[in-house]
Ligand binder design. Sequence first.
Ligand code: GLP
Length: 241
Amino acid sequence: MYRMICRNYEELSRVGAHVMAEQVKRKPDSVLGLATGGTPVAMYAALSDMYRRGDLDFSRVTTFNLDEYYPIRKDNRQSYDFFMWDNLFSHVNISRENIHIPNGETKNPEAACAAYDEAVRAAGGLDLLLLGIGVNGHIGFNEPAPALTLATHVTELDASTIEANARFFAQKDEVPRHALTMGIGAIMGARRLLLLISGDNKAAVVKKLFSGAVSTETPASLLLLHPDLTIVLDEAAARLL
Ligand code: GLP
């Protein structure tokens, strides 16, 4: 594992964008796994800037997003589909047919999840997967539990996740109770992992993450078993280390 502590969110975002950009420059047809949430917003803005300046080409890139609320309409501003178009896809030259996001509108979530794993396999697997971490240690929407699911699946959100994500919705009861998420199998199957952690409110989970133990009760700790993991933190998130 490679760990880097940045001064602040801006620096962390620049470093994250640099890692993603280098991957795409080295392999223009990279298969990227993408995350949502507050953390990657400035990183996506930096990648969009690189494209605008002519420094980065997304035309051959394929993407798979980690997760999506369920059920949710794509035109809901809080859907991860909307987030990705808003923050990245509409600003760069990625091909629509190369974009994959779990379908929050599907009537048959089990079949959609199985098809998602198959699509990742058919694309040759993920070259680089960007991840954030929940305040409870979740990865994607793999919530703390005695056992974690390997495959992409429908999951019920933790009360703490609903609480944390309520800030994006008008009211807490608008947060969907379920989600579709890549399982821990697809996540650990990515060739490289990049975990970004920013902010004071992540300090406690960061301390747990580096406690020296691995547990499905802190799903992010499993990432420490991956042979090519980069963790980029800012000083606020690292303050209890
Ligand atoms: C969300 C997403 C995760 C994300 C995490 C952290 O619920 N499902 O994929 O990494 O929570 O989000 P934030 O960056 O807003 O703290």
